[in-house]
Design a protein around this ligand. Structure first.
Ligand code: C2O
Ligand code: CU
Length: 467
């Protein structure tokens, strides 16, 4: 069975709350009568209200759901989705991690013009690889408001068997009463940089941003997401970090986790107690459940908060506390060095090496995050030829870590043992270097950027382009 991913609370007052937990009340749509792309679905972006911790917060979401609806496809199959823009701003949908046809990438200024309010855009694309992905708006800070959802591509030849599959979509949530993600960015860009970087070494840039809530599938710890199974069940968890500014350290109390996929791609199974998932990264793990009720804990790295859910196999078991101890969090942590790709197709050897320096500088009233000293408005350009493999050495010259994401491709992370994981997003830790090999097999001009959305919006965006 598939885990219930989203919760729908009420839409424009037309729906009564379902269950006990309201999620998003979408503003009334004037759109009516919109039809999906042939054989496809509609994905409607609109303003709405989310209730978190008893507070009604204004936000934007897809189909009145937080997260947006799960989109499923089979490897080799086609996804058809018509974006309907009921927002007051232009928007796009980006299909994060998919080796997609360029025109369908949802990257404004790269693959399309953003879709204007009241307009629609038909996304039709094949999904070459099975895996755990997600979709999100790629305009400004929109995805941080809630414009994101899971995209699951199933493998018809899935090598693992399991009884249940549960999606865990993590997010950080701004204080939505007095501001939203755009206000937060504005504030960061107009407030003198008075925050010591070192207090946020691991956590991101949130010097001027408050995250009172951390979410699993749109729910806070006061009314947590609950996954139900039976003792002895083998369960596949798909963990997706949709947060703008928070990496999470994930453990399941009382269990070890066997990680089977990184960013959707299969790796040799490795059993750990905890792993850190950066913004834009995904991990899948398998676990055989004990009898009881267990905390699924996602600690905000370098911050004080946590996202929390419950995994229950015994109806009578006492519900764990979000403030309880989870010793697994202190035990063996997954590292990229542990991950070995299972992909049969090896990349051709790199023909050359380029260096990308991840930098930061202060300017009057704000920050600039740079790639090779350049900002998004005059971006770093990595030129590649069709069919070549290039090695990119990323050198993080800052005190923060950067989850670097490349559109339209996957890359191989170089590890000491060789055959590192295939990924599309990789954390580059403060003052460290990390090497990736990219095989240029998907023509176009592609975004290559930090998936900390504040860094992205403060300049950390380059171009990976052909010819
Ligand atoms: Cu998930 Cu360019 O982004
Ligand atoms: Cu960054």
């Amino acid at each position: 069975s598939r885990g219930v991913v989203t919760r729908r609370l009420f839409v424009s007052g037309m729906f009564a709350a379902i269950g006990s937990v309201p999620a998003v009340a979408a503003a009334a749509s004037e759109g009516g009568g919109t039809t999906a792309a042939p054989g496809g679905r509609v994905l409607r972006a609109s303003p709405g209200t989310v209730v978190l911790d008893g507070r009604a917060l204004q936000t934007w979401a897809y189909d009145g759901l937080l997260p947006g609806p799960t989109i499923r496809a089979t490897a080799g199959g086609t996804v058809r989705a018509r974006l309907v823009n009921d927002l007051p701003e232009a928007t796009t949908v980006h299909w994060h991690g998919i080796r997609i046809a360029h025109a369908m990438d949802g990257a404004p200024g790269f693959s399309q013009r953003a879709t204007q309010p009241g307009d629609t855009f038909d996304y039709v694309f094949t999904v070459p690889d099975a895996g755990t992905y997600f979709y999100h708006s790629h305009v400004g800070m929109q995805s941080d408001r809630g414009l994101y959802g899971p995209l699951i591509v199933e493998d018809p030849d899935e090598p693992h068997s399991y009884d249940h599959e549960f999606t865990v979509m993590l997010d950080d949530w701004l204080d939505g009463v007095n501001g939203n993600a755009d206000d937060a960015l504005r504030k960061m860009n107009t407030t003198p940089h008075d925050v010591t970087l070192t207090s946020h070494v691991l956590g991101g840039t949130s010097g001027h941003v408050r995250y009172p809530y951390y979410l699993v599938n749109g729910r806070t710890a006061d009314d947590p997401m609950t996954y139900t199974a039976s003792p002895g069940n083998r369960v596949r968890f798909r963990v997706i970090n949709a947060a703008a500014d928070t990496a999470f350290r994930v453990s399941l109390g009382g269990h070890r986790m066997t990680v089977t996929h990184a960013d959707g791609f299969p790796c040799e199974p490795v059993t750990v107690d905890t792993f850190v998932v950066g913004m834009g990264e995904r991990y899948d793990f398998l676990v055989t459940l004990e009898a009881g009720a267990f905390p699924l804990m996602a600690m905000a790295e370098g911050k004080a908060g946590r996202a929390f859910a419950v995994v229950r196999t015994a109806p009578g078991a006492r519900t764990p506390s979000p403030n309880g101890q989870v010793p697994e969090l202190q035990r063996r942590t997954l590292s990229y060095q542990d991950l070995r790709s299972l992909r049969a197709d090896r990349l051709p050897p790199p023909s050359r090496t380029v260096t990308v320096t991840l930098g930061w500088r202060q300017r009057v009233g704000g920050n600039e995050w740079t790639l090779n000293g350049r900002l998004a408005n005059d971006p770093m350009r990595l030129r590649v030829d069709q069919g070549e493999t290039i090695r990119i050495v990323m050198h993080n010259d800052t005190h923060m870590w950067h989850p670097m994401h490349l559109h339209g491709h996957t890359f191989q992370v170089l590890t000491s043992g060789g055959r590192g994981p295939r990924k599309d997003t990789v954390n580059v830790m403060p003052r460290k270097r990390l090497k990736i090999d990219v095989h240029a097999d998907n023509p176009g001009e592609w975004m290559f950027h930090c998936h900390n959305l504040y860094h992205q919006e403060q300049g950390m965006m380059g171009v990976f382009g052909y010819g």
